[in-house]
Design a protein around this ligand. Structure first.
Ligand SMILES: NC(=O)c1ccc[n+]([C@@H]2O[C@H](COP(=O)([O-])OP(=O)(O)OC[C@H]3O[C@@H](n4cnc5c(N)ncnc54)[C@H](O)[C@@H]3O)[C@@H](O)[C@H]2O)c1
Length: 707
């Protein structure tokens, strides 16, 4: 069965219905492109067909993009280049045809899907939050290679097109209409009929596409000197953001500029050549690998059915509790219990403001905001927890307190209620030590800020039952989280690999590194923030606490923690929260930049500051993080390298273009990595001893990812 159904109507309109028989979304694989070409051949030949409508049979997507499995398989740039050229030839025929074509978009139109719509003569979208249009190729290390870099700027103007292509910014239906990306909106039901009427209207001239009125500022920016300025600024901002580590945004700029300087044909040609290079390159493979992993992680783990959660209870309405409540309201009524009325008021403010932001972006209506907000119940009473199917605690990080709230909950809720702790590092088994039902206790480790951070680390203790895991996991997936399931233990996975990384940063400062140089070195390696800034953000008190908990556990491997953090904390340095940490921050509410706090050097061994090799500093930290990840895999804390890579990238900011610690080690090669570890161990000590699994792999020539 094909992916495109053609219905030729007596009024001369051919309706092309995209309906991928192999999945829930329509994608453009080489086979679908081939089929599309055959359909266009037939339509061009058939004198009975006067106009076309492109529509999707899928409920929430038009065409979601290209076939990523195919892109992953491409090793030779020529193969990618050819695919792009074939796409251009096909879409050029659609755009150049005398038979008008209307795209009817009632869901996602992303990447190649939007490029198909861009080649049509008229775009109609449903007035529905499900409609999302965008060119997210840059997020996968690619560029829009179906004419997007040429057609989009011409349609919506360069100032609006550049952010869509360079950052993957997506737009919803109303915004798309305003910017001229679609020509009209219609109600979601009956879009096909409206599109048919539009096609007939284009045919008889009763509908004419009117060019969007461009404000004078845009006309100015679209003049040749204006464009030059835009390109210069865009390039500067890309380099500032990516530090030149990601080739795709610069390639996109190259294509757009070529298209303007030498005409559309030259722009298309550049798209094909550069796409071929990108799709065969390592960055794109790493980024698509991560994307595919997050898609796989949305599927059920095994056959254990999750139990329904009809009511969620959150204990602690502080920073994390408020975030957890906010991402859960669409799934169930949420009770937040806190002992402090002030905290509950703060929780209400934070949830309401988050919902209002979603109204502003067009994701939900005002009515929906009010409906969701009415599902939030704030209370100081424990009684309200009685009917919860899932309880997530986010009270202070204190073992006794966590045990106490668990006992309180157990006295109230039925045995099938799951109890999850959002602890950052306390072992779940010790929280559940005295539990009546340890089988329903687990960890749901969210990252802050919860609404923004995609990762959830689900921590399974020895006694946790599979049904509890399935229930918590299914709930988190519905919250939109990418869930990695890890085994219980000190620091689980993410905190465990972060801890030696941050400790190494402190050791480097003690050896004489300057904090700005160290931060900058790690950003050059690809981390979004440097480790010293991160310590300030997390809080020096929290860092000291984690070091105290984890240091002794791994001290036998030379990973004992430096005592600098407790010392700094005692001296009154807490980080961003009190404005004084490794850096000094402007007072709350005041603008200004953070400045290095030279005072702390006095508490860091007092050695004079000296220039240090930036690459070497970055590698010390990244290699230590990767080595700890290998230990986690070897010990069974992680069940696969995939989970480890997803956790490190989405939870800790490991450079996405490197794909995660395991892909990074694969890229180095186990042999080379072991040599580097051994050299570092000679210089700096036992903590760099390579994990036995890696040593074995160096001998056998194996990789974490085969193929
Ligand atoms: N902040 C982060 O970045 C982060 C990230 C991941 C995990 N965590 C973990 O999440 C938990 C909460 O952290 P937070 O940053 O939200 O702290 P927070 O101080 O903002 O909030 C804790 C809340 O718990 C309330 N509380 C204390 N005892 C209570 C009780 N017996 N019953 C009900 N409420 C009670 C407090 O009044 C406070 O409002 C901690 O375990 C922390 O380690 C924090």
């Amino acid at each position: 069965m094909g992916a495109i159904r053609v219905t030729k109507r007596p009024d001369g309109v051919a309706v092309l219905t995209f309906d991928n028989p192999k999945g829930k979304v329509n994608i453009l694989s080489p086979e679908v492109v081939e089929e599309f070409r055959a359909v266009i051949d037939d339509i061009e030949r058939d004198p009975g067909v006067k106009a076309c409508v492109l529509v999707s049979a899928k409920p929430d997507n038009f065409i979601a993009g290209a076939d990523l499995k195919f892109f992953l398989s491409i090793r030779d740039p020529v193969v990618g280049e050819r695919f792009s050229r074939e796409g251009h030839a096909l879409l050029d025929r659609v755009a150049g045809s005398s038979k008008p074509t209307v795209a009817a978009i009632a869901g996602l139109a992303l990447g190649g899907g939007l490029e198909v719509a861009l080649a049509c003569h008229y775009r109609l979208a449903a007035d529905d939050p499900k409609v999302v249009l965008g060119l997210p190729e840059v997020q996968l290390g690619l560029l829009p290679a179906g004419g997007g870099t040429v057609r989009l700027p011409r349609l919506v103007g360069l100032p609006a097109a550049l952010p869509m292509m360079l950052t993957g910014r997506r737009v919803r239906a109303r915004k798309a209409l305003k910017m001229g990306l679609v020509d009209a909106l219609t109600s979601p039901g009956g879009i096909e009929e409206t599109a048919i009427r539009a096609a007939l209207g284009l045919l008889d001239g009763s509908i004419r596409r009117s060019a969007r009125k461009r404000p004078w500022t845009e006309r100015l920016l679209e003049s040749p000197p204006g464009r030059l300025l835009l390109f210069r600024q865009a390039r500067k901002s890309v380099l500032a953001k990516t530090r030149g580590l990601y080739p795709s945004p610069l390639s996109i700029l190259d294509c757009v500029q070529t298209g303007y300087a030498k005409g559309p044909a030259a722009g298309y040609d550049r798209e094909s050549v550069l796409f071929g290079q990108l799709v065969a390159g390592p960055e794109c493979k790493a980024l698509i690998g991560l994307f595919e992993a997050t898609t796989e992680l949305k599927k059920p783990l095994d056959a254990t059915p999750p139990r329904p959660v009809e009511r969620l209870a959150v204990l602690g309405g502080g920073f994390m509790g408020s975030g957890i409540a906010a991402v859960s309201l669409e799934l169930a009524p949420v009770v937040v219990r806190d002992l402090s009325q002030k905290a509950l008021e703060g929780c209400a403010r934070s949830v309401y403001s988050g919902l209002s932001k979603r109204v502003q972006s067009g994701a939900i209506s005002r009515f929906e905001r009010d409906r969701l907000f009415s599902r939030l119940h704030l209370t100081q009473e424990a009684e309200a927890l009685r009917r919860a199917g899932l309880v997530i605690e986010a009270v202070f990080e204190d073992l006794d307190l966590k045990r106490k709230v668990l006992a309180e909950v157990e006295a109230l809720v039925p045995a099938e209620c799951v109890f999850a702790s959002n602890t950052s590092a306390l072992p779940i088994a010790s929280i559940a030590e005295k539990a009546l039902h340890p089988e329903r206790v687990l960890g749901m480790h969210y990252f802050s800020p919860v609404p923004k951070m995609p990762l959830l680390e689900l921590v399974v203790a020895e006694k946790t039952a599979p049904w509890a895991v399935a229930t918590a996991r299914a709930f988190a997936v519905k919250q939109g989280k990418t869930v990695i399931v890890v085994e219980d233990g000190p620091g689980f996975y993410t905190t465990r690999i972060l801890s030696p990384f941050l400790n190494e940063a402190v050791l480097l400062l003690e050896e004489g590194a300057r904090m700005e140089a160290l931060d900058s070195a790690l950003k050059d390696f690809g981390y979004p923030v440097g480790p010293v800034t991160l310590l300030d953000e997390v809080g020096i008190d929290v860092g000291a606490h984690v070091a105290k908990e984890l240091g002794p556990v791994y001290a036998h491997r030379g990973l004992g923690a430096s005592d600098a953090l407790p010392r700094l904390f005692e001296a009154g340095y807490q980080g961003r929260k009190n404005g004084r940490g490794f850096y000094l921050y402007p007072p709350r509410g005041k603008r200004g930049k953070k400045r290095p706090n030279a005072e702390v050097y006095g508490l860091l061994g007092g050695v004079p500051r000296r220039p240090m090799d930036r690459k070497a500093m970055a590698e010390r930290l990244a290699l230590l993080m990767a080595n700890e990840a290998v230990h986690c895999l070897q010990e069974g804390v992680l069940s696969s390298p995939r989970d480890g890579d997803v956790g490190a990238v989405f939870g800790l900011g490991f450079p996405p273009f490197r794909g995660g610690p395991f892909r990074y080690l694969d890229a180095l090669g186990a042999r080379q990595a072991v040599n580097q570890y051994e050299a570092l161990a000679k210089l700096h000590g036992q903590r760099f001893t390579p994990a036995p699994l890696l040593v074995e792999m160096a001998k056998s020539g194996k990789k974490f990812y085969e193929g």
